[in-house]
Design a protein around this ligand. Structure first.
Ligand SMILES: [Zn+2]
Ligand SMILES: [Zn+2]
Length: 386
């Protein structure tokens, strides 16, 4: 794309990113972030800004002639993480932080939207910029937009996610399955509490709960083929309130599973209730597991879109193909109900620096990656919309 003032764009990207980073908002509560993006993009009258949900935006740019309808998606929500990055633009809201780089995603997409808006006359078809709310909390903002029907005309979807394990500016792509299925479960174990000095008169839910934590790990190691991979993590065990005088009535556990095929996903959903119920019964308790009704499915990257993405990424500099999918859940997978999707990682690690992972208090992606991300979107637009 010609006549782009890259230096000016780079400054603009950093400014947008800093403003969004300073004011992180939790999933589905992104009101200030939504207003900010809308206000900044309203400077470009070519952009048609809509708000199909309470927060988040769908921004459309109609070209001068007919062609494809191509969507680019950024997520805009932050996390309940206390920021310790020491950045000049660090969070001003205690306990909240853009620790998953969604501030970067938003800024990069603003860069693509504003740059393309200024080239509307040479655009064919339509570009759709999705500033999606609530990625971090299922059921997520993607499903909502799909169900609302506001993206029904889109023919292909692209997204980028920053990745602190990859060198800054690298665009990495996994063909086929790119991320995992994610399920969330809640376990309730019911016993009968009482005086801690008289164990024979109580039914101890803590013993059953700890045996359950152990037993569930045998699903991955003993029931699933070694050729497949899966994760079952118990993330919390709540039982009692710190007193030593009494054993409580019940225990609650919750956690998450990650799988890559529908078969293994189903296998875990069948094995867990059996183990939870039977281990509880072995300890005279009652055990029950409930899976969240709806969670994120694996992103399956479309082969033809991957070819396009690889070509676009190659033009911007570093490109690499990933040989394994990532164990993360991402609701970008939802858009596949409408059209083929392509999800890529954008490296954001500074050379020689220790890299705090995603969702960490010290997460500090390289700002230089912003321009690479916007260039990737522009390069895709050049191929598909010009
Ligand atoms: Zn995240
Ligand atoms: Zn994320």
């Amino acid at each position: 794309m010609e006549n782009i003032d890259w230096q000016r764009l780079e400054k603009q990207l950093a400014g947008w990113r800093a403003a969004i980073h300073r004011y992180p908002e939790l999933s589905h509560q992104e009101t200030v972030t939504t207003d900010y993006i809308a206000q900044q993009l309203s400077r470009y009258p070519e952009l048609e800004i809509t708000r199909p949900a309470a927060t988040g935006l769908v921004v459309r740019l109609k070209g001068a002639s007919s062609g494809h309808t191509v969507a680019f998606r950024a997520d805009i929500d932050a996390l309940p993480v206390e920021e310790k990055s020491g950045l000049a633009c660090a969070s001003t809201r205690p306990g909240l932080m853009h620790a998953c780089g969604h501030d970067m995603h938003s800024a990069m997409l603003m860069g693509a939207a504003s740059t393309l808006a200024q080239r509307q006359t040479s655009l064919k078809g339509e570009a759709v910029f999705i500033f999606q709310r609530g990625e971090e909390m299922s059921p997520g903002g993607a499903k909502e937009l799909v169900d609302a029907g506001v993206l029904a005309d889109v023919e292909m979807f692209f997204a980028l996610h920053v990745q602190p394990t990859l060198p800054s500016g690298t665009i990495a792509l996994r063909r086929g399955v790119a991320t995992s299925n994610r399920d969330t479960f809640h376990i309730h174990i019911e016993g009968r509490g009482g005086h801690s000095s008289m164990p024979h008169l109580i039914i101890d839910p803590l013993i059953a709960a700890s045996a359950t934590v152990q037993a569930l790990q045998s699903i991955v190691s003993r029931e699933i083929s070694p050729r497949e991979s899966a994760v079952i993590s118990i993330c919390s065990l709540i039982c009692g309130d710190g007193t030593t005088a009494a054993i409580p009535n019940d225990a609650r556990l919750c956690g998450t599973t990650r799988t890559f095929t529908p078969r293994v996903r189903q296998q875990i959903k069948e094995a867990m209730p059996r183990i939870v119920q039977d281990v509880a019964r072995a300890h005279r308790c009652r055990g029950e597991v409930i899976f969240d009704e709806w969670d994120y499915s694996a992103i399956v990257n479309d082969e033809a879109l991957c070819d396009l993405a690889a070509a676009a990424a190659g033009e911007t500099g570093l490109y690499q193909e990933e040989d394994a999918p990532a164990f993360v859940g991402e609701d970008f997978s939802e858009y596949r109900a409408i059209a083929p999707v392509c999800f890529a990682w954008l490296g954001a690690a500074r050379e020689g620096e220790e890299r705090a992972p995603l969702h960490n208090s010290y997460f500090n992606p390289d700002e230089a990656a912003l321009l690479h991300g916007t260039r990737y979107y522009l390069s895709l637009a050049q191929k598909l919309l010009m």
